[in-house]
Design a protein around this ligand. Structure first.
Ligand SMILES: NC(=O)c1ccc[n+]([C@@H]2O[C@H](COP(=O)([O-])OP(=O)(O)OC[C@H]3O[C@@H](n4cnc5c(N)ncnc54)[C@H](OP(=O)(O)O)[C@@H]3O)[C@@H](O)[C@H]2O)c1
Length: 312
């Protein structure tokens, strides 16, 4: 815990319905792009005394009209609040902005919601500690229009003290998930969730292309057949996750040998004039696993071909 943690403006004053669940504080938002602007607007609407700064100052005008204070100098923006939320394009931009005023960050809580890598988050966390700031990294699993709704999931990791102090304030942005003290955890889980999303999107694109070869409209196919099917399949994920955790992949319903016996999806795709390239990597992994002697396993055992091996 940082003994210099500046809580001087953390006031338990609750003037409106939204603020009933969150102690009011002063917050500074650095970066007023599509996401930063929405974060700043949400803090203003939640009753927080909000100061904003952006490289291109014009973007602050609308927020100032709503009640935010616009800072011209980054040093003034930092001085205005104990809580500093950074949301800019990338970590290089964040570092570029904060480096000249690094000494002013002592005693502050810095919440960096800029998208980056686990390594960048750790490096930023180490740098912030060296400056005497408490650091929380974050991953926003939402688009700006979802911010301030429960559908906006925001992952946090880093200083437990910082999260404990400002959890209620951060909750105004969406549904918060704190993952642990290592700053790398938020970006790592952010990227893991996005890879799950892209897997689903890839499957959707291939399925719509295949069904479309005989005239099905993508919208009809998606709502009447694909979504109900995928929702049913989703219920099998917890069981697959248990198999991954235990290492026991014994097939209960559908063995890999059965699933990979023929490349029917690939063959039919080609015959119908659809490129199988979104599906082929999955098929190849199933086949390799069967060839490796694991045909009696469930699909989840494919992870043994892709995950990091424990170092011996
Ligand atoms: N938008 C989304 O749906 C979404 C969703 C999840 C996460 N995110 C993440 O949120 C962060 C911001 O996204 P955004 O949508 O707000 O992006 P954006 O609309 O492109 O805004 C980028 C922001 O970064 C600033 N910036 C860029 N380069 C800079 C530099 N070299 N020095 C100083 N400031 C610089 C821009 O300042 P200027 O105005 O002066 O150009 C602007 O404030 C990104 O890391 C993004 O991955 C976005």
């Amino acid at each position: 815990m940082n003994p210099n943690l500046d809580r001087s403006s953390h006031v338990n004053h609750q003037p409106n319905a939204k603020a009933n669940s969150s102690a009011l504080t002063s917050v500074t938002v650095i970066g007023l792009g599509a996401m930063g602007s929405k974060l700043a607007r949400t803090f203003v609407n939640s009753g927080h005394d909000t100061t904003v700064w952006n490289r291109t100052p014009d973007k602050a005008a609308e927020l100032v009209g709503l009640g935010a204070s616009g800072a011209t100098e980054i040093a003034d923006a930092i001085a205005a609040s104990p809580l500093v939320v950074v949301c800019v394009l990338d970590y290089d931009a964040a570092r570029h902005i904060l480096e000249p005023i690094g000494d002013n960050l002592s005693g502050k809580v810095v919440v960096n919601l800029t998208t980056g890598t686990p390594e960048q988050a750790r490096t930023m966390g180490t740098w912030m500690s060296s400056l005497g700031a408490e650091y929380l990294d974050g991953g926003i699993m939402a688009v700006p229009s979802l911010i301030a709704t429960p559908h906006a999931v925001i992952l946090y990791s880093g200083s437990e003290t910082a999260y404990g102090t400002y959890e209620q304030v951060l909750d105004s942005l969406g549904t918060s998930h704190y993952l642990g003290p290592d700053p790398a955890l938020a970006p790592l889980n952010d990227l893991a969730l996005l890879s799950g999303m892209y897997g689903m999107f890839g499957g959707f694109i291939h399925a719509a292309a295949l069904a479309g070869t005989e005239g099905a409209k993508a919208s009809d196919f998606t709502t009447s057949l694909l979504m109900p099917f995928l929702q049913a399949m989703m219920s099998t994920l917890p069981e697959m996750a248990k198999q991954i955790d235990s290492g026991d992949y014994t097939a209960k319903d559908a063995s890999l040998a059965m699933q990979a016996a023929h490349d029917t999806i690939g063959e039919v795709s080609r015959a119908q004039g659809v490129s199988p390239e979104l599906f082929t990597p999955i098929y190849e992994l199933m086949k390799r696993r069967v060839e490796g002697g694991f045909g009696g396993d469930d699909f989840a055992s494919v992870i043994e071909l892709t995950r990091k091996r424990p170092s011996s």
